[in-house]
Design a protein around this ligand. Structure first.
Ligand code: SAH
Length: 363
């Protein structure tokens, strides 16, 4: 990587950081400013943008439309693409990738194809589940990611790269991105916001097809709302009362359920978007009829949708997934209480690529 200090387009708003990290994540306008800084004509910015986002070029020296001398001069400047460390395909077509970053850290990304009607039609959608941190500091009891500890936040280019990597591998346009991989997105809000903008404007994914999932960090949902984005906010609730939530999610102790729900209400008011609540179903722990009733009470009059996620097993803990009857009974109670609900059976279970099974390793 270059030691030459140049102002990065992606960090141009932060004058303290003067080292170029990567070009990926920068807009046409930022890339245009950068090529001009390099003494080139402005139209080269548009070319650079196309080669980075559409052609998926990995080295500036491969941009054949650039003059040879200049290409050599800038060849050392990183675009910010990861390298593939490991790839595994689950029987349902879900692909899990372990990607190696410039500092050798490994992260996980999942590509989830959705087939047409009855599973027979053409591939209709491709969803990417991206990581936002290396590891996760939240340590939720039922989640594999937290068991491996936390290393650092991901930079903007490291988030956008994951989407391009899956798109290139599937040779299909990515239709949806869910920020549900390793890490807690709202502990990395600035880079997550910049990545959302780039995915929307540079990669071309509709804002409504982008979903950010959070366990809830005090004041961050409120701050997120101020950006008036059309993206979907998903909140990992997992329990209908404070006592139970604290047992499952250590960070809930410092940020009570009541405060979390009131920030979510503000989110709905400010953005006009409903909030999705995720609720992992753990047999005998949070899946009883009284939990469903209590959950309905919490969410009454709230523009929301509940996504029930039957627990995906991980090694370190011995929670169990409830059987189908129990899950259906929970659904029925919520429906009777007029709560919008769906059950999300995770994809990629066999490849340890399902919700909560992600960790930075291939075993
Ligand atoms: N930190 C963010 C992003 C992770 S998203 C968040 O907590 O929302 C992944 C979703 O899968 C979260 O709702 C998470 O709580 C859930 N999850 C974690 N472990 C799981 C498991 N073993 N089985 C099913 N879902 C799990």
């Amino acid at each position: 990587m270059s030691a030459t200090p140049v102002v990065s387009p992606v960090d141009s708003h932060n004058p303290e950081k003067s080292e170029l990290i990567a070009l990926l994540g920068a807009s046409v306008a930022e890339l245009t400013a950068w090529v001009q800084q390099q003494g080139q004509l402005s139209y080269r910015g548009k070319q650079l943008h196309e080669w980075i986002y559409q052609k998926g070029v990995r080295s500036l020296s491969d941009i054949s439309v650039f003059p040879k001398n200049w290409r050599e001069e800038i060849a050392h400047i990183p675009i910010g693409r990861s390298t593939l460390h490991y790839r595994t395909v689950a029987p349902d077509g879900t692909i899990k990738y372990l990607l190696q970053l410039a500092d050798n850290q490994i992260i996980e990304t999942v590509g989830i194809p959705t087939f047409g009607e009855g599973g027979k039609g053409p591939k209709s959608r491709l969803t990417v589940c991206v990581s936002t941190q290396v590891g996760c500091p939240m340590a939720c009891d039922f989640c594999a990611t937290g068991k491996g500890g936390y290393k650092r936040n991901l930079a903007v280019h490291e988030i956008v790269d994951q989407v391009l990597t899956v798109q290139e591998d599937f040779q299909q346009r990515v239709s949806n991105v869910v920020f549900m991989g390793l890490g807690e997105p709202l502990l990395n809000t600035e880079n997550v916001l910049a990545a959302l903008k780039s995915l929307n404007q540079d990669v071309g994914i509709g804002a409504r097809s982008l979903t950010v999932s959070t366990v809830g960090i005090r004041d961050r949902i409120r701050q997120f709302a101020q950006h008036h984005l059309q993206v979907t906010l998903a909140v990992s609730l997992h329990a209908p009362n404070q006592a139970l939530r604290e047992k499952l999610i250590p960070s809930a102790r410092a940020y009570p359920l009541e405060d979390l729900l009131s920030e979510c209400r503000e989110y709905v008011e400010v953005t006009g978007r409903r909030v999705s609540f995720e609720y992992v179903l753990l047999a005998g722990v949070n899946d009883l009829p009284e939990h469903a009733l209590e959950l309905a009470k919490c969410l009454r009059g709230f523009q929301s949708h509940v996504n029930l996620i039957p627990y995906n097993p991980i090694q370190e803990v011995d929670y169990k997934r409830p059987n189908r009857d129990r899950i259906q009974a929970f659904v029925n109670i919520l429906k009777q209480q007029q709560i919008a609900v769906s059950v999300r059976y995770s994809r990629g279970l066999e490849a340890d690529a399902a919700c909560g099974q992600l960790r930075a390793s291939n075993n």
